[in-house]
Design a binder for this molecule. Structure first.
Ligand code: PMT
Length: 404
């Protein structure tokens, strides 16, 4: 059974008799570990009550675009950003038509317009409506825009007719959705990712560090695992749980991260340095806590740490190596200089001067730079950005024996 652990699924329910099956679908998604939020259209509420979905999902159900109370709790744009995937099940013929037209005349269509997350539909309707030219044209338009469609199934229908138009069973939908997270682009590959800050000890109670939370590196580890890779996450101190299906190696200092990276990097295909590594450590570690003393000044002598990502990039026969560049000015120029100086295949330039992005935030915006191009990604959630980056970075890998 494919996992949906930690995945945020926004389930849209539109008006149709199959809406009763969506209650079971919520249960199936939650069984696989997903966090589920439900959005119901007005027509859906003719078939099922929001209370049912609220009880099953454990979250409030969203119904109205212009409800100030709901907007204050979680606004529609926030909801669109929150979702890793949107699944509309059942998707009625009317909903598909409104979506194909790009309308935003209720909460669900507006969310589908605003989101950057993949969108899936599980159509359910009378067989005649499904086979109608207009519905098929709408289906094609939606598929051309990257919307994935599960089903519909064939068989006897609630209206007494027989043919295509039945919503797929909830278990099948949950499996199909979970399988989408496993794109397999990195299947059979080994990926090593550094994440979080390092701490450079001064004495038993003090250290030098930075504001990295580890969120970006952890999101990359999760996205690489979703894409089928065997992932090792070399993590500085963070408060984050180990991502599902990821092996974590905990380190504290830059020198420990250097040692762990070199011992894992030689056997991997892709190395991504997302960690904010301290450039220096104190020249001397004081075994006892330093007493304040009388002086108003404290001179600390620092010594350069090894450059981890440059050392990995220099390994003979080593992995495709990608760095980050956290810059507060001259983003492109400084990032390109790092790309060359460290001998990297690509660098992810992170403008840390932008409020709400970069260090210790849930969102980020970056420019992926290599010798041929500069690709802007975001702003978006770190989860979404990580997926987009893994998608791009997997193209850098030379074909493996199993690809041919
Ligand atoms: O952890 P979050 O709160 O989610 O924040 C994400 C982030 C901002 C930390 C991350 O996206 C990021 O930008 N990471 C790199 C931060 C950094 O230290 O950049 P830098 O420009 O100083 O280093 C350039 C590259 O060299 C980085 O890939 C870094 O990991 C690597 N490096 C730096 C020094 C060193 N001694 N060894 C290294 O490998």
């Amino acid at each position: 059974m494919s996992s949906l652990t930690n995945k945020r699924i926004l389930l849209g329910v539109t008006g149709g008799i199959a809406a009763y099956k969506s209650a079971d679908l919520v249960r199936r998604l939650k069984e696989r570990g997903a966090d589920v939020r439900v959005v119901m259209t007005e027509a859906a509420r003719e078939f099922m009550t929001p209370l049912t979905f609220q009880a099953l999902s454990g979250n409030p159900v969203h119904t109205d675009l212009l409800d100030p109370a709901a907007e204050a709790a979680m606004g529609h744009i926030e909801l669109a950003r929150w979702a890793d995937r949107i699944l509309v099940a059942p998707a009625s013929a009317n909903f598909m038509a409104r979506l194909a037209e790009g309308r935003g005349d209720d909460l669900l269509t507006t969310l589908c317009l605003a989101t950057r997350s993949p969108l899936s539909l599980a159509p359910a309707m009378n067989q005649g409506m499904w086979q109608n030219e207009a519905t098929q044209a709408n289906l094609l338009r939606l598929q051309e825009r990257g919307v994935s469609v599960f089903g519909p199934g064939d068989g006897s229908q609630a209206c007494g007719e027989v043919g295509p138009g039945r919503m797929l069973e909830p278990a099948m939908l949950a499996e199909a959705l979970a399988a989408q997270f496993e794109s397999g682009r990195l299947s059979g590959r080994k990926v090593v990712i550094t994440a979080g800050p390092t701490r450079e000890a001064i004495d038993p109670v003090r250290y030098l560090s930075n504001h990295s939370s580890g969120k970006m590196g952890y999101a990359l580890a999760e996205a690489a695992a979703e894409a089928g890779a065997q992932v090792t996450l070399i993590s500085g101190p963070t408060h984050l749980p180990r991502p599902d299906r990821v092996q974590r190696v905990d380190v504290t200092s830059a020198r420990e991260m250097h040692e762990a990276s070199l011992s894992h990097a030689a056997q991997c295909d892709l190395f991504i340095a997302a960690a904010a590594v301290a450039d220096y450590h104190p020249a001397e570690y004081l075994e006892q806590k330093l007493k304040k003393g009388d002086s108003d000044q404290w001179q600390l002598t620092l010594v350069k740490n090894p450059d981890i990502v440059a050392a990995v990039a220099a390994l003979a026969g080593g992995p495709t190596t990608i760095g980050f560049a956290a810059e507060s000015e001259n983003l492109l120029e400084f990032a390109r200089a790092k790309l060359e100086r460290k001998g990297l295949r690509g660098i992810i330039a992170n403008d840390i001067s932008r409020e709400g992005l970069g260090f210790n935030s849930d969102d980020n915006a970056v420019i992926l730079i290599d010798r041929e191009r500069a690709l802007e990604l975001g702003p978006m959630s770190k989860t979404q950005l990580a997926r987009a980056l893994i998608h791009e970075l997997s193209d850098y890998l030379p074909a493996s024996a199993s690809d041919s």
